[in-house]
Design a protein around this ligand. Structure first.
Ligand SMILES: Nc1ncnc2c1ncn2[C@@H]1O[C@H](COP(=O)(O)OP(=O)(O)OP(=O)(O)O)[C@@H](O)[C@H]1O
Ligand SMILES: [Mg+2]
Length: 449
């Protein structure tokens, strides 16, 4: 959705003439008017498109207008409703206002009255929309960092946010790919519509179509109600396809079809619906290598990879470690209502030398743990987890003992394998059991107290 998109009005009335009158009366304004002759049809429109305003008649054939009003209030909080009725009773009018209708207009509708009520509501809706746009994050989009690597990412986010092309984000786990995707969405003119994250590994093959495109009531056994799919929910907004490298070939095929045609078939319905959805995909896998092995469709790859953003791992941008850890310490300290502690120089040196296999997420978890365990206002090397202390040598004694050197080497290898003991044992040329025993001794020796 863009800040200046027309607002969408749905008029619900069983009388076709009344609907025509509403359409004629509001045709000149900047409104996109849709009509529905029944409650069921109204629900379908509400479910499948982003309605801003409803003009709802009290006497519709299949449901009670006041019940539908209540349903709208409960399920679509942002929609404004105007009720209409031919012979409204006072209790009806009171109930309508009580249930959140803006007004109850008596039929036949007076064009001036309808227009001024609608205009007042448009004013309210515009104000709300403006607030959403003003709340878009500042220039750095919540991304902390000063390295060239992160500055380059921010520059690419800006360029991607300014256009509507699909984006492919790649980088190791925990580097901030989802944060980048959100920054592109909230930094662009779709910010007021939804950002819908979809984990491609989590969709069972049998439910792909219904999850993506929605289904109508009774479309298959168990489909008790109609349900909107990700593409309807994200209409006007962005779908974030996370872990796209893990999408099955079946899912890849379905996605490719929507990207090509920009339309969807709702399961169980013969209607085809146009959708306007931006795609941002992310993966930690090498998709081109997967294309070579026929595990990823080449045509889909090129549709996604229009703008390419690589988020470098933390070990390639050590300049970001200190700003990030301070950011997380401040954030959690604030939540806990305490003063954030300060690192000693030696502790900072250790943080910079760590290889950060878990990237920013690992660093965030560390900040949290350090705060919970902190018992003074400074954090020194001894406060860091053991795997981060390998750079600390018993400097006072000068040379180290053989077992201290061995311990240091083992921890360094273990760190380089991301904690994987089987691989560490293979590199060290010992078996897993020996490694386990050695680790147990190291832990005992380094255990404080
Ligand atoms: N530059 C950054 N500034 C501030 N916070 C960050 C930054 N990068 C990552 N984070 C934070 O680190 C955590 C992990 O980031 P995110 O979930 O975006 O990573 P990811 O690449 O999607 O990881 P995965 O591949 O495991 O899904 C989040 O809490 C995120 O807010
Ligand atoms: Mg992620």
């Amino acid at each position: 959705m863009k800040a200046h998109d027309p607002f969408k009005l749905l008029a619900v009335d069983s009388d076709a003439r009344a609907l025509d009158d509403i359409r004629d009366c509001l045709a000149e304004g900047k409104l996109d008017v849709t009509t529905a002759p029944s409650g069921a049809e109204a629900l379908r429109v509400l479910e499948f498109s982003k309605v801003d305003l409803v003009v709802l008649d009290l006497q519709i054939p299949d449901v009670d207008g006041l019940s539908l009003l209540q349903y709208i209030r409960e399920h679509f909080k942002d929609i404004e409703v105007i009720m209409t009725a031919e012979f409204p009773t006072v209790p009806d009018a009171v109930l309508a206002i009580k249930r959140g209708a803006e007004n109850l207009l008596v039929k036949p509708l007076q064009p001036d009255e309808l227009r001024s009520t609608v205009n007042r509501l448009i004013g309210k809706l515009s104000h709300r929309r403006a607030l959403v746009f003003e709340c878009t994050p500042p220039e750095t989009y919540g991304l902390i960092g000063i390295s060239d690597g992160i500055c380059n990412v921010i520059e690419r986010i800006e360029r991607a946010a300014a256009i509507n092309a699909n984006v492919l984000i790649h980088g190791e786990s925990g580097t901030g790919k989802e944060l980048v995707a959100r920054a592109i969405h909230y930094g662009g003119d779709r910010a007021a519509a939804r950002f819908v994250p979809v984990n491609c590994t989590a969709i069972p093959d049998t439910l792909i179509e219904s999850e993506l495109f929605g289904h109508v009531k009774g479309a298959f056994t168990g489909a008790k109600d109609s349900r909107a799919g990700f593409f309807q929910i994200a209409d006007g907004g962005t779908i974030f396809l996370d872990e796209i490298g893990d999408a099955s070939l079946n899912l890849q095929g379905k996605l490719l079809r929507v990207l090509q045609n920009k339309e969807i078939h709702i399961v169980g319905s013969s209607h085809v619906r146009k959708v306007d959805t931006r795609i941002i995909a992310a993966t930690h896998k090498d998709l081109l290598a997967m294309v070579d092995k026929n595990l990823f469709r080449e045509d889909l790859y090129y549709r996604l990879d229009v703008v390419d953003i690589y988020v470098p791992p933390l070990r390639e941008r050590p300049a970001d470690i200190l700003p990030l850890v301070n950011h997380f310490l401040n954030q959690y300290a604030k939540e806990m209502g305490i003063e954030p502690p300060i690192f000693t120089d030696r502790a900072i040196e250790n943080l910079k030398n760590h290889s950060w296999p878990g990237n920013v997420r690992e660093l965030e978890n560390l900040a949290q743990r350090l705060l919970v365990n902190a018992d003074s206002d400074t954090l020194d090397v001894a406060d860091l987890p053991k795997t981060m202390r390998q750079g600390v040598r018993p400097r006072a004694e000068g040379l180290q003992t053989l077992s201290a050197l061995e311990a240091e080497h083992i921890l360094r290898v273990l760190e380089s394998t991301g904690g994987n003991k089987t691989r560490a044992a293979a590199i060290l040329g010992i078996d897993r059991k020996t490694l386990r025993e050695k680790l147990k001794r190291i832990v005992e020796i380094h255990q404080p107290g």
